[in-house]
Design a protein around this ligand. Structure first.
Ligand SMILES: C[S@@+](CC[C@H](N)C(=O)[O-])C[C@H]1O[C@@H](n2cnc3c(N)ncnc32)[C@H](O)[C@@H]1O
Length: 240
């Protein structure tokens, strides 16, 4: 189909159309994804990942799933946390993004859709998803799948962009996020793809609503932490 062939803007797509559009967006930006992440987060994205991993309280030897793993940037701090006896498996439905992860030396990678994971029940003790849940075509199906593949007591954290809080946050959001991000994207030839990021963030659930979806999917002790004036939110919980 291609982004140009869409009837609606990419951030308005739903269901199967969203699945296809999202896959095409990430296939297109895969070569520049890491660079753009560093530019847009002012090089802070690694710190947020490390904090999210610390909050999972991983133990040596545990098996962890990194859902929507993309180029694998969540996998490095996860591997450090579980140590040489542990295992970190990355899953994503976009082969060009997975290829970047493979080029970085990550070995346990699976092509798979978050809404129908290719893993047995209770396979993992923990799971992460970075900037992923906003993109899946069926959020409830994805959260139910994460709960299914986690063992009881398994910990899960999502890190994603969120609508900013407060007057300053909203100003930064209006300027930096809605204008600068698509502009920087356009400089690299990905104007439409990077317009998707602020638009999809505004349309996605608030962290509080996402926390409620976690509970519905079978997570308890659900928590929320915000960073960068609320522009980044971590939502975590423990599988009942
Ligand atoms: C913004 S990137 C995040 C990549 C990585 N998690 C990170 O922290 O940098 C979103 C990733 O989610 C993947 N994705 C989106 N929807 C998916 C789905 N339904 N199933 C599997 N992967 C999906 C995309 O292919 C893309 O690699």
């Amino acid at each position: 189909m291609g982004l140009d062939g869409l009837q609606r803007a990419p951030w308005e797509a739903e269901g199967a159309a969203k699945r296809q559009v999202v896959r095409e967006i990430f296939a297109a930006i895969a070569p520049r994804y890491d660079l753009m992440n560093s530019l847009m987060s002012l090089a802070r994205h690694r710190r947020w990942r490390e904090e999210a991993v610390r909050r999972l309280r991983l133990r040596g030897g545990e098996t962890v799933l990194d859902l929507c793993c993309g180029t694998g940037d969540f996998m490095a701090p996860l591997l450090r946390a579980v140590g040489p006896r542990g295992r970190v498996v990355g899953a994503d439905f976009c082969p060009p993004m997975l290829q970047r992860a493979r080029n970085k030396g990550f070995g346990h990678l699976a092509v798979g859709d978050a809404c129908r994971l290719p893993f047995r029940d209770g396979s993992f003790q923990a799971a992460t998803v970075g900037w992923g849940l906003r993109n899946v075509a069926d959020l409830r199906a994805a959260l139910t799948e994460v709960a299914r593949v986690l063992a009881p007591g398994g910990r899960f954290v999502s890190v994603d962009t969120a609508p900013a809080k407060g007057a300053l946050g909203r100003w930064v959001s209006g300027f930096a996020f809605r204008r600068v991000v698509p502009l920087v994207g356009a400089l690299f030839g990905y104007g439409r793809e990077y317009a998707y990021l602020p638009e999809s963030t505004e349309r996605f659930l608030s962290p509080e609503q996402l926390a409620e979806e976690f509970r519905i999917a079978g997570f308890e002790d659900v928590w929320i932490v915000r960073r960068m004036l609320g522009h980044v939110a971590m939502v975590g919980g423990t599988r009942r």
